[in-house]
Write a protein that binds this ligand. Structure first.
Ligand code: DAH
Length: 341
């Protein structure tokens, strides 16, 4: 039996030499240390041996078992090591190489532009008020002093929906009514940013969707002087201390008096060029003193309260700032344009 044990040990160790991977190692373990391995069967027979033989054979059998187990773990470890070496070789890493630049997403230029303008207003003490992009006819027009059939409604080329009386807002002005109704009779200093929609012929200067910011201040003793100061200050905060502004008389149904305001053309610095049609000025938006009817519709007594309002096209401001000559770039998703900001 002792020689049988030698035989078992030798042939097992011999077989182990040709084991090259985890699967055959496991096969080896089952064959030589598993329940029906020759060594284990031999253990089963120990009981049948005589008293004198049993300790001698038993000791040797245990020795062989320990030897096989030790050989098994050594082989297992060396397989693990060589697998590690292989992967270190094949996936060699040079930590001194410059890292790969990960493509990181960012805000769309109209959003970051919007945020920077909102920040300027925040510095001037205006809060942001959100109002819906789809509005009823009443909010888009009637409450802004344009009853049904009023010809001034034609100033906005509106997208109507299949829902009666609901249209996409052609301007942010209907938000004036929402914010006034929420805060009346408290004073208001708010801006209402967001997308507007108009049924326009698309061109380098006109799109069917664009962002606006509505500006609204309501309170006691608010004057046209406050309006002019706010707009001029906005221009200076956006474009620098030397930025000039001007106001021209105009007509809007929801303000009285009304004006349009221009910023000095940045492309020619007021000298006159093709972009500003040789006037030296670019129109930015409309403004005025909130019409008494609108104040009343918002819940304010026009005898006690006054207010000013203004609208500004924010893409216009970005075009001025970056000399962008076509408004269509904003919505066609051309990466060559978007990646510049
Ligand atoms: N809502 C006007 C438009 O989009 C712009 C405007 C003009 C807004 C005068 C105002 C305002 O608040 O007072 O054409």
């Amino acid at each position: 039996m002792l020689s049988e044990l030698d035989q078992i040990e030798q042939s097992a160790l011999q077989a182990l030499k040709s084991v090259q991977d985890e699967t055959s190692l496991e096969g080896w373990r089952i064959a030589h240390l598993g329940r029906s391995a020759p060594l284990m069967l031999l253990f089963d027979q120990l009981g049948k041996l005589s008293k004198e033989e049993r300790p001698v054979i038993g000791r040797r059998a245990n020795e062989v078992k320990r030897a096989l187990e030790a050989a098994f773990s050594a082989r297992s470890e060396s397989l693990r090591q060589s697998a590690l070496q292989r992967s270190l070789q094949s996936e060699r890493l040079d930590v001194t190489l410059p890292g790969r630049v990960l493509p990181v997403g960012r805000l769309h230029p109209t959003s970051s532009n919007m945020r920077s303008i909102i920040r300027v207003f925040a510095d001037m003490g205006f809060q942001v008020y959100r109002s819906p992009e789809a509005e009823t006819d009443e909010f888009n027009f009637s409450l802004l002093n344009m009853p049904p059939h009023h010809p001034a409604r034609d100033m906005w080329a509106t997208f109507y929906t299949t829902m009666p009386n609901v249209s996409l807002r052609p301007h942010t002005s209907p938000g004036q009514i929402h914010v006034m109704r929420q805060y009346a009779p408290e004073p208001i200093r708010a801006i209402l940013p967001g997308m507007c929609y108009r049924y326009e012929q698309i061109s380098a200067r006109k799109e069917t969707q664009f962002n606006q910011i509505e500006v609204l201040a309501v309170g006691v003793d608010i004057t046209m002087g406050n309006l002019k100061a706010t707009i001029s200050d906005l221009a200076r905060r956006l474009f620098g201390q030397n930025m000039r502004t001007r106001f021209r008389a105009a007509y809007f149904p929801f303000t009285e008096p009304s004006a349009e305001y221009d910023f000095e053309c940045l492309l020619c610095h007021g000298k006159g060029c093709a972009v500003c049609a040789w006037t030296g000025w670019l129109e930015i938006g409309g403004c005025g003193m909130v019409h008494p009817v609108v104040l009343q519709n918002g819940g304010y007594d026009p005898e006690k309260y006054t207010g000013f309002a203004a609208g500004l096209g924010t893409e216009r401001i970005m075009m001025l700032k970056h000399h962008i000559d076509d408004i269509r770039y904003f919505w066609v998703n051309d990466m060559r344009f978007l990646e510049q900001f």
